[in-house]
Design a protein around this ligand. Structure first.
Ligand code: SF4
Ligand code: SF4
Length: 250
């Protein structure tokens, strides 16, 4: 006998994530190049081949740049610790640079309290591989269900509170991105999502790359990863509106 859709739903149960009512499950977050609390890393004494193997130059003699890190885990044999880590995903540009492989602290997002209780999000892809694009759009699926948090995608920058930018800005997209930002009413905020948007990622040296997103529009917050997980992007949007709630779940 075919069950009614109601019966099937009751049998399956609720699959929507409980984030942000509960902290993100480690399986919902991508690995970072270094877990906080794992102690300082003697970056200067790492064999040069470790830095050479990093495809984006994220490991210098003094810091790991989470904004450049694409979570490829090539540094794993050298003792760096890829681990699910929420704090590695979110920050100002300076806050994503980890001296000695540890988060610097004190450079977290500055919430924009004046954003209203209902947020409208406008997505601009300035040259992505579609990876970041898909992860952002995943927020609208039944698992992440951003509508339950009073947030919606909008098709017009005129209605948007938050501009989400993904991809490597190509020359053709510099002016459209700038105009999109200017078309948004104040108050507004910009979230740059993914290594490409932050610093070019694996396309940093590509001839078609025009600039970092932060050089075109004022970025309020960066979400690192390649691509970042939807829950990390959601955390970024929530942080912008000071709407993050991490109280104990009932
Ligand atoms: S995970 Fe990959 S991109 Fe990130 S620091 Fe290690 S080698 Fe570089
Ligand atoms: S950061 Fe990674 S997933 Fe996102 S657009 Fe760039 S290459 Fe694609």
């Amino acid at each position: 006998m075919v069950k009614s859709w109601l019966g099937q739903a009751a049998a399956i149960g609720i699959l929507t994530t409980e984030f942000p009512r509960r902290p993100a499950d480690p399986e919902e977050l991508p690995a970072a190049a270094r877990a906080p609390g794992a102690g300082p890393v003697a970056l200067a004494s790492l064999p040069p081949e470790v830095r050479a193997a990093c495809p984006t130059g994220a490991i210098s003699l003094t810091e790991i740049d989470q904004g450049k890190c694409v979570r490829c885990a090539r540094c794993l044999p050298a003792g760096l610790v890829p681990a699910p880590d929420a704090s590695a995903n979110l920050g100002s540009r300076a806050g994503l640079r980890w001296p000695d492989g540890r988060p610097p602290g004190g450079t977290g997002p500055a919430p924009l309290a004046e954003l209203g209780p209902s947020l409208h999000v406008f997505l601009v892809d300035v040259g992505s591989c579609q990876g970041c694009n898909l992860e952002v759009m995943g927020l609208a699926n039944p698992y992440y269900d951003l509508h339950r948090l009073g947030m919606f995608f909008t098709n017009s920058p005129r209605h948007a509170d938050v501009l989400v930018v993904v991809g490597v800005p190509t020359a053709a997209m510099v002016e459209p991105l700038r105009r999109t930002f200017e078309a948004m009413p104040a108050p507004k905020a910009v979230l740059a999502v993914g290594a490409c948007a932050i610093d070019g990622g694996i396309f940093a040296e590509a001839p078609g790359r025009a600039a970092a997103v932060g050089e075109i529009v004022p970025v309020d917050l960066y979400v690192a990863g390649c691509p970042p997980a939807p829950v990390a992007i959601l955390e970024g949007i929530l942080a912008l509106g000071r709407r993050r709630s991490r109280g104990p779940a009932p």
